[in-house]
Design a protein around this ligand. Structure first.
Ligand SMILES: [Mn+2]
Length: 324
C-alpha cells in the first residue's frame, strides 16, 4: 500500500498505474520512486521499530547493454505487496522482523562518482542506526559503495557474489564505475571473494581470480556436479555480505534482467545456497541487483519472493523470528 503520494505520482500506486508508466521510457533522472514511498510487503512499521531496512537504489547509469534497472526497486516493492506474508518453507512470516522501505537513494546525473558517494552515505546512515540493510538495485556498480559502507560500520567480512558475470573488469567502456567492475575494485580493497553461478568472464578475469584466490564456482560445474555447498561455505569467512545479481538465475526463471545469459541457476538452487549460508555464517548485509522490469510480472514476483525469503533467513539467524 502506498504510504504517501505527492503531486504527479499515481493516486494509488497500483500495479496498473505502474504498467502504464512503464512504457514512458526514461524522461530524465527523476525516478518515479522519488515522488513517493512504497513499502515492502503489506506491513509498514515506523523506522525506529524496523530491524531490516530495504534500501532502494534506482541507479543504472553504468549499464552497458539493456537499460532499465533503475526501475528494479519499484517493481520489487510493488510485487512484494502480492506475496503471502507467511513463508511455508521457513514456517515464519518474515515481515515480523519489522521491515522499513527507505526513501530511494537519489543519484547525480552525469557523475557516477558523486552518485556512489550518495549510495555509500545512505547505507552508512542506516547501518549506524543499527539496521540490517537490504539494498535493491539498480545496476551492479552500486555494490561497491554499499560494501564500503558496511565495512565502515561493521568491520571486515567476505563477499558472496552470485551472478552470471564475474564483473572483474578493471574498467568497462572507460569507467571504473561500470557495473562490470565492482568486484575488481573490491578485490583491490582486499575483500575475500567467492563467486557462484558464473558463466561469463574473460581470460584476464580468470587470471585475476586465480591470482587473488577468488573462490570460483561456475554454473557449468554446478549443473554437472550439483551445488557444492560445503566447498562454498569453506571458501567464505565467518561473516558474509551477499550480493546477488538476478541474472545468476537462468533466464527461464528470470527473464527481466539487463544482461541475460543462458545456463543459469534455478530458483531452488539459489534458495538452497542462501539457506546454507545463513545457517553457517553471520550475514552482515545483502544487495539484490539488476532486475530490469520489462513487463513480465512473474519475474518481478520471483525477485520479490527471493528477497522476502532472504529476509526470513536473516530473521531466523538473528533470532528475530521463531518458526511456528
Ligand atoms: Mn550479472
Amino acid at each position: 500500500m502506498l504510504a504517501q503520494a505527492s503531486m504527479g505520482a499515481p493516486a494509488k500506486g497500483s500495479w496498473g498505474s505502474y504498467q502504464a508508466r512503464w512504457g514512458e521510457g526514461n524522461k530524465g533522472i527523476r525516478y518515479p520512486l522519488g515522488a513517493m514511498r512504497l513499502i515492502f510487503g503489506e506491513r509498514d512499521v515506523p523506522y525506529q521499530e524496523a530491524r531490516v531496512v530495504v534500501l532502494p537504489v534506482p541507479y543504472d547509469l553504468s549499464l552497458s547493454f539493456l537499460p532499465g534497472a533503475r526501475r528494479g526497486p519499484e517493481a520489487i516493492l510493488l510485487a512484494s505487496r502480492e506475496l503471502e506474508p507467511f513463508l511455508l518453507e521457513l514456517s515464519v512470516a518474515p515481515e515480523e522482523v519489522g521491515i522499513y522501505a527507505a526513501e530511494p537513494v537519489p543519484f547525480v546525473a552525469g557523475s557516477a562518482e558523486k552518485s556512489h558517494i550518495l549510495i555509500r552515505e545512505a547505507a552508512l546512515a542506516h547501518l549506524l542506526a543499527g539496521k540490517f540493510v537490504v539494498a535493491l538495485g539498480g545496476d551492479h556498480s552500486i555494490t561497491h559503495p554499499l560494501v564500503m559502507a558496511h565495512r565502515e560500520a561493521l568491520g571486515e567480512f567476505s563477499i558472496l557474489h552470485i551472478d552470471a558475470h564475474a564483473d572483474l573488469y578493471p574498467e568497462w567502456q572507460g569507467s571504473v564505475y561500470s557495473h562490470a567492475s565492482p568486484f575488481y575494485r573490491l578485490l583491490q580493497e582486499g575483500f575475500p571473494l567467492v563467486q557462484v553461478g558464473i558463466r561469463a568472464m574473460d581470460q584476464d578475469s580468470l587470471g585475476l581470480a586465480r591470482e587473488k584466490g577468488v573462490g570460483l564456482f561456475p554454473a557449468h560445474r554446478i549443473h554437472r556436479e550439483g551445488l557444492p555447498l560445503k566447498a562454498i561455505l569453506a571458501a567464505l569467512g565467518r561473516r558474509v555480505y551477499i550480493s546477488l545479481d538476478f541474472d545468476a538465475l537462468d533466464p527461464a526463471f528470470m527473464p527481466s534482467v539487463g544482461t541475460p545469459l543462458p545456463g543459469g541457476l534455478s530458483y531452488r538452487q539459489v534458495v538452497d545456497l542462501l539457506e546454507a549460508v545463513f545457517q553457517e555464517k553471520e550475514v552482515v548485509g545483502m544487495d539484490f541487483v539488476e532486475l530490469s522490469p520489462n513487463g513480465q510480472f512473474h519475474a518481478e514476483m520471483t525477485a520479490a519472493q527471493l528477497v522476502y525469503h532472504a529476509i526470513g533467513l536473516k530473521g531466523l539467524q538473528a533470532g528475530w523470528l521463531s518458526p511456528l
